[in-house]
Design a protein around this ligand. Structure first.
Ligand code: WTA
Length: 656
């Protein structure tokens, strides 16, 4: 590691004493008002009903707000709306069709401007194309695409028909795509020939083809052409199954009515890592989810008609779903969508985009912020960033040092920062400051939003006093909550609702300070958070054990100054296999091939044994301590305590 840990350490900066009250001009113009908290807490269900009537366009008004049969919620159940109509048609109908929805920038530097009129036309044609491929209300459609406007168009086209999409991050390998397609029994796959990243064209269609060999449910494939004209390379297409987007979509009928859909119509599945090897298909439905995304995008990002808003997440994650597609489009926002990586062609790429398009609101992950910190202040300083008025952070705890750098170097010591806590499962932001209202403290996500009921509890489920830490729970249903795990209601109950009866357990630790501010402490389960991406320890272990030379493996997250956590794996080889450096590399690559590059362990160690409890459970806590070079705590539950020394000797981790 190049830098001294104290320079970029996660927990080295004690900033609890610092606070930033809202400035008067933000406060005067803010969408959110302090009285929202009281209004919401007096009657949360009535509050959400009022927001739903105000912010969404209904085809049939709801009369029932919430039906709650713990842990199954129905929101606005007898109401009807069409999500794509809310995100597109209503803005055109209000005379804002010429407004830019997306300023799109390709990594090679190509540009497109997509207005709400364009979206309306393209969403309808694409919906008709899906119909022609046999997609109907209630079907599932898999989407595996790079960051191009067509990914949003594809999602909205599904929503228009009442078909659920399942977007699979374009960095995932073939078997991960196939697993997700098969779990959802998707009928159609929408993909692309590839996309641009780090200066290169990466192929997607061959990976999709590989996945489709074992995905029999898919009968039609729509392929968007991203490869720039005149560049080398061809894409194999299977006659009868595969259709080029540019040949198939433009000729479709121009009109596809936005039929009213039940409020609880399944809008999408999004697969996320849990504590087992099998990813969970998180279910989100239409009206409640859209309300959560719309309300929070409006209140937390304080979106105004003239803003140029940029969420730099990939659409393959929930942040892209809620804060590139549904929230901002429902609010009729103008956005930036950028295809590539922040370092291409140079580390000032983002700042040149901010300057050029006069971006006013930027939302990204702490990992990106820490990467920018390392690259040096000259990159942001070389650009005029004075258009920015609000900055957001998501995906992992933001260390106070990064928070302060973000505010000073990117926000010119002027912009409020919203550190937003939420999850794939929560659908929208639940804990966050409100700009213009909340006094922020660097590193704290501050308070639950209006209408959200959270608590921090101890092992027995009792609320802990201010000043102490425990488990983060949500104590009342909220509109954008997950409706379940696709095909597995038992797992839904067990995973989220069994640990603390009556409450949703988020899997995160949190502390409330003396003023009641929430400080998120990271995952308390076997889920790692690497560069704001959730990866299950067991998923990586399964991928390692899948290699013919591996007998057993254990994986832990080790704190990392850049990526939050880094994956460290301990591997026992089968008898007679040589522990060579080449094999280490091969194993890392094997994990990459099976789960994706983001899951490649940063360090792998060959060890003769793993520490286990008497019941045979791997003691990850001990391995974490070894990886972190910490003194070991209680080892009395260990079956054989001498193992720790054997492992330490093998890894040399204690010397780090
Ligand atoms: C973590 C991403 C601290 C947390 C939206 C959560 C955070 C997991 C924050 C969900 C934050 C997200 N501060 N930790 N502001 N935001 N997390 O499903 O551990 O990809 O449980 O959703 O990210 O990750 P997911």
């Amino acid at each position: 590691m190049g830098d001294a840990p104290e320079q970029h350490g996660i927990e080295t900066f004690q900033a609890e004493g610092l606070s930033f009250p809202p400035d008067a001009s933000t406060a005067a113009a803010a969408n959110a008002r302090a009285d929202l908290y009281e209004r919401a807490s007096a009657d949360p269900v009535a509050f959400w009903a009022e927001q739903a009537r105000e912010l969404l366009t209904w085809r049939r008004p709801f009369t029932k707000t919430l039906e709650w049969e713990l842990p199954f919620a129905k929101w606005f159940d007898d109401g009807e709306l069409n999500v794509s109509e809310n995100c597109v048609d209503r803005h055109v109908a209000a005379g804002r069709g010429d407004k830019v929805a997306f300023h799109w920038i390709g990594e090679p530097g190509d540009r497109r401007t997509v207005t709400y009129n364009d979206l309306l036309r393209e969403v309808q044609k694409t919906a008709n194309a899906l119909k022609a491929l046999g997609v109907a209300k209630g079907d599932r459609v898999a989407i595996y695409m790079p960051m191009v406007p067509e990914v949003a168009i594809a999602m909205l086209a599904c929503a228009r028909l009442g078909a659920a999409h399942s977007v699979v991050f374009s960095g995932f390998p073939a078997n991960a795509l196939a697993d997700r397609i098969n779990d959802a029994t998707a009928k159609v796959l929408i993909t692309a020939d590839g996309g641009y990243r780090k200066g290169n064209f990466f192929e997607l269609k061959p990976i999709a083809d590989e996945a489709l060999k074992s995905s029999p449910s898919v009968t039609g494939v729509l392929v968007y052409q991203r490869r720039q004209p005149g560049t080398a390379g061809t894409t194999a297409m299977q006659a009868g199954r595969d259709h080029w987007w540019h040949e198939f979509v433009p000729g479709q009928p121009a009109e596809c009515p936005a039929d009213p859909m039940p409020a609880e119509q399944l809008l999408y599945l999004l697969y996320t890592s849990g504590t087992t090897a099998k990813p969970k298909g998180i279910m989100h439905t239409s009206a409640g989810y859209l309300l959560g995304a719309t309300f929070t995008h409006r209140a937390v990002f304080d979106i105004k008609p003239d803003d140029v808003y940029w969420c730099a997440a990939d659409v393959g994650w929930v942040t892209g779903h809620s804060y590139i597609v549904y929230g901002p489009l429902s609010n009729g926002a103008t956005q930036v969508m950028y295809e590539g990586t922040p370092d291409t062609p140079a580390w000032d790429r983002w700042w040149s985009i901010v300057e050029e398009l006069k971006v006013t609101i930027l939302y990204c992950a702490p990992t990106a912020i820490r990467a920018f910190m390392r690259q040096g202040d000259e990159h942001p300083q070389g650009h005029d960033l004075s258009s920015l008025r609000l900055l957001g952070s998501v995906g992992e705890p933001i260390n106070p040092e990064a928070w302060l750098w973000y505010r000073e170097m990117i926000g010119g010591n002027r912009t409020p920062i919203v550190d937003t806590w939420w999850q794939t499962e929560t659908g929208s932001i639940l804990i966050s400051p409100l700009p213009g209202v909340t006094t922020t403290k660097p590193g704290s996500a501050t308070f639950p939003l209006p209408g959200v009921s959270a608590d921090v509890v101890d092992d027995s489920g009792a609320s802990v006093p201010l000043g102490s830490g425990g488990y983060l729970t949500l104590t009342k249903p909220w509109p954008s909550m997950l409706r379940g795990i696709w095909g597995d209601p038992e797992r839904y109950k067990e995973t989220y609702w069994s640990r603390f009866p009556g409450s949703y357990f988020a899997g995160d630790g949190a502390r409330r300070d003396a003023d009641g501010y929430y400080w998120l402490l990271g995952r308390v389960d076997d889920v790692m958070n690497v560069s704001a991406h959730r990866i299950s320890t067991i998923e990586v272990e399964s991928a390692l054990v899948d290699h013919h030379s591996v007998a057993e493996a254990a994986v832990v997250g080790k704190s990392d100054p850049l990526t939050g956590q880094a994956i460290v794996g301990f591997v026992i080889l089968k008898k007679g296999i040589d522990p060579t450096p080449a094999l280490l590399e091969e194993l890392r690559a094997h994990v990459g091939k099976n789960i994706g590059a983001i899951a490649k362990p940063k360090h792998l160690e060959f060890v003769p044994e793993l520490p286990k409890t008497r019941s045979g459970k791997i003691m990850r806590r001990l391995l974490r301590d070894i990886a972190e070079g910490r003194n070991l705590g209680d080892v009395t539950t260990l079956a054989d305590s001498s193992i720790v020394e054997v492992i330490r000797a093998a890894t040399g981790a204690a010397d780090e």
